[in-house]
Design a protein. Sequence first.
Length: 452
Amino acid sequence: MPDILAPAPIQTVCDRLLTTYPNATYELDWQTPEQLLIATILAAQTTDKKVNTVTAQLFATFPDLPSLADAAIADIEAIVKPVSFHRRKAQNIQAVAQQLLTQFGGAVPQSLEALVTLPGVARKTANVVLNCAFNLPSGIVVDTHVARVSGRLGLTNQSQAPKIEIDLMRQIPQQQWATWGPAMVLHGRYVCKAKKPDCDRCVFADICPSATVSSVSTATTPQPLSTPTQSMQINLGDWTPWLTDELQKPYFQKLQAFVTQARAQGEVFPPEAEVFSAFALTSPSAIKVLILGQDPYHDNGQAHGLSFSVKPGVKIPPSLRNMFRELEDDLGIPPADTGYLVPWAKQGVMLLNAVLTVNAHQANSHKNQGWEKFTDAVIRMVSDHTDHVVFVLWGGYARKKTKLIDASKHTIIESAHPSPLSARNGFFGSQPFSRVNGALVEHGQGEIDWQL
């Protein structure tokens, strides 16, 4: 076993890692904890890019746990064939779906002890799900990238993942465990690479005891981190008088700095000019309906500031396809060939996400930075200052917002989320569109024309 290197100062490492990769997450495409669990099982010894291609077809073919649990195993194997050990993984993900339904009420358990009882789920997979889906610091994910970078920084001299994790957990504050693994993966994948580490771009170069593994000397200083030079564009239109005080609060000032920093370091969606599109398109005096989403789409060309909506010409995402399916069953309106929901917004349907920005290809990466406080304030103001609005809350996250709404004067419509893995558990058949129009008519307001 090699001698451990004189370690880099752990607090400096933590600070720089958090600044460089704020709220980092894994490069797997997922919308629900169930999807993340299945994707992580498939990702073992396979690239995330390949897994994302496979899961796109898998989740479209088997949109919920019951359909996956009841599928012919040959059909699952045919879809996951591009990944390594596809037969074993196909068996595991079907068994996981069955076990989640029979033992855990159709939901991913939020404890390490329960997760590792599932087929094909070891500690690393469980930590990925708990860290990223639930923001629970259950441990530190250690893969080849984390092991390599941690060793080069002198934080461990172990070669086995469990022992490396123990070394890291002893040094890193527990509140940072959930983001440490994903951030180190990104650093190892794109900067501190196995064969040709790019020490010129490394934020640890001046403190790393292994910086000489490249042609760069240990005296090399890291590239300075981008410093925000301006606040983000805020165009709230008619909402400005309502929200001016909110924008002056310390948390929002910190949020602005965070988003500006994120844009300086990489791509952020939606584009800056479109972050507040929901406010620009639906004024306080015009709002009739508020449909709450959680996080903007994080792939290229999708997000434009309205929950569930995508730009013209962009492929319709699975949740929106399910919304269109329910719209047809509910009101007989055939599915649209576009996911551009601006016509709804212009009729008074505010399509508001709880979080308004996201790093490219990193779902939930701007979670818990202040957006939730801001949008909670918006919901309270709509509840307090309007006579009647229909609040549409899909999924457990959105349904928690009922406490912000005065149900004595507003209508609240709740159901499962339209996501492929939950739509069959209460979204399909919930008739939200006709119920919205019924509530509007009952209160003397005009119906929404849901036809796009």
